[in-house]
Design a protein around this ligand. Sequence first.
Ligand code: WQD
Length: 326
Amino acid sequence: MKVLVIGGAGYIGSHVVKALIKSGHEVTVFDNLSSGLRENLFDDAGFIEGNILNSEQLDAAFASASFDAAVHLAAFKGAGESMFKPEKYSVNNITGTINILNSMCAAGVKKLVFSSSAAVFGEPEYLPIDEDHPKNPENYYGFTKLEIERFLAWYDRLKGLKFAALRYFNAAGYDIDGELCGLEQNPANLLPVIMEAAAGMREKLQIFGDDYDTPDGTGVRDYVHVTDLADGHVKALDYISREGESLVVNLGSENGISVLELLEDARKISGSKIPAEITGRRPGDPAKLVASSAKAKELLGWEAKYSDCETLVRTSWDVYKRQVKL
Ligand code: WQD
């Protein structure tokens, strides 16, 4: 299929582009390079520099080839930042997505794979979290993703758009083949922060609370390897093409890993001391989030293969160790 990957120069997007190419799809990336990186682009994928807030650029991109489908990963993802800059998230995440949907409709492109998030659920009422779990986002970012899922359902009903909304849990790790090495700038997520501390790019890790009701007191999350996530996009695209039906599905490893477990593995694998200090809890952090991915397994035949703690850390360290100054 000919696929336009919007946000394809980003951290997850670049891994998705790689997986699509590997599966025989013909890919063009549309990205404004605001957080995406030129080094994440592939020689055998086309590239259009453009902004999802510019409908003319989107229309031109969709008119540039007869695309069969789009994958949309162009969004701001700072859950904390979204609470004090909601305008930024309304405009980029919501308006930008509506622009994409309208350009797709105008161009007659009827298949979309969309990056949703576990942030749509908010504080868990039970574990593991399945797709039917109540949706009460705790941050504005999660609200934007939930609203977009609702827009998608309406565009399906009114325009026949078939979509797959993929609710990622905590994306982590780097390309299993070591081919993609673009570092995110100013990361705030746990594993890249640990890696920066290991590589001497930051002084230390702050551990946000060790008094949670978890086995070691630190937060437990469901980390899912970015190569596994990428594979989920390919399978989701296959599904909507094959079944002609839309889909909302969790992508998680179903395995909980604590902050201290990840830190310990990172110390072992990097051989670095990784200074860390316990600080107070970060507001809005649940103690534990773990996915049920039974639906993804049943409908997509998808399962996390690389999302064990050791592989997550090893693939990340392979990239970050190049930053160590000798
Ligand atoms: C993980 C754990 C922290 C940093 C966020 C978004 C969510 C989703 C994934 C996109 C928690 C602890 C972290 C640090 C720490 N994004 N931590 N020190 O908050 O689970 O989820 O990313 O869809 O929407 O909210 O991820 O990596 O920030 O935190 O102790 O410097 O690590 O308290 O327990 P989070 P995270």
